[in-house]
Design a protein around this ligand. Sequence first.
Ligand SMILES: NC(=O)c1ccc[n+]([C@@H]2O[C@H](COP(=O)([O-])OP(=O)(O)OC[C@H]3O[C@@H](n4cnc5c(N)ncnc54)[C@H](OP(=O)(O)O)[C@@H]3O)[C@@H](O)[C@H]2O)c1
Length: 267
Amino acid sequence: MAHSLYFIGGGNMVTAIIAAVRRKADQYPVDHIYVEEISQARIDALKADYGVEATTPESAPDADIVLIGVRPQDDVAGVAASVAKRFDPARTTVVSIVAGYTIDKLEDSLGKDFRLVRIIPNTLTTVDYGYSGAALNAKASKEDVDDFLNTFGKVLYVEERLIDVITGFYPPNIVYHFIDAYVDAGVLAGLPRDIARAIALDTLIGGTEFLKQRDVLPQVLLNINNSPGGVGITQAYTLNKTGFAAAIQSAVLAAVERTTALGANAK
Ligand SMILES: NC(=O)c1ccc[n+]([C@@H]2O[C@H](COP(=O)([O-])OP(=O)(O)OC[C@H]3O[C@@H](n4cnc5c(N)ncnc54)[C@H](OP(=O)(O)O)[C@@H]3O)[C@@H](O)[C@H]2O)c1
């Protein structure tokens, strides 16, 4: 059965979701993709690239899913109140991707009749990797959104308290920082940058694949690789001394705290 989707806010994340939905048309067919967006340039691009239909805050077409895709600093409460006026809770499930904005806060404006799902969408939508975290309100069930969410990656249904943790933990930025530092390390040691980059990317993919195949924690492989007095344990000692693990852990904790703070300040 074909679906009908309605997006409010047509920015970067919504564009990535729409692109993924279009790519997965075989497994998740859609009749209509409606987008309500302030910026004319953005809506023109979405129409040209993905054949979406532009709407206004007065529109109320039939929609299986209405997705709130504005930023925390936008008028999220106003958008949710407007959804409550225009759509039918018996027909429509509401999905919010607004970081840090809780189900309770959304229900203050939306009411409690809608099936409501708060998600943190996976940002690796084009490579079929990465998890979206999803939390359901009392009315919603997995079946309301599972097919839709699976168009842009894998889905983890979690308690809402873990959503901010996933938001701070999962973006690939930390991996990009690691690769950047790793490539620079190769250059510092004398490798040409293109060779350092090629080795770094393959080592990261290969190392990850091997860990998945063995189904063990990295410590198991490090115990095998780090022989007494050898190169590996010397490298491990240097990383420990420079606070490598603490730097990563501090960065993730700070990102989680920032997510919660942004949500608390949202309108
Ligand atoms: N980007 C990510 O990787 C990511 C990941 C997880 C979650 N999120 C969440 O996704 C949401 C969107 O993020 P984004 O990066 O896609 O932001 P973005 O690119 O700035 O997109 C937001 C869009 O919404 C428009 N907008 C604002 N208020 C509106 C309204 N009342 N009606 C219709 N359109 C409105 C904005 O237009 P103007 O610019 O003209 O105001 C802008 O085009 C945020 O809540 C964020 O927390 C993003």
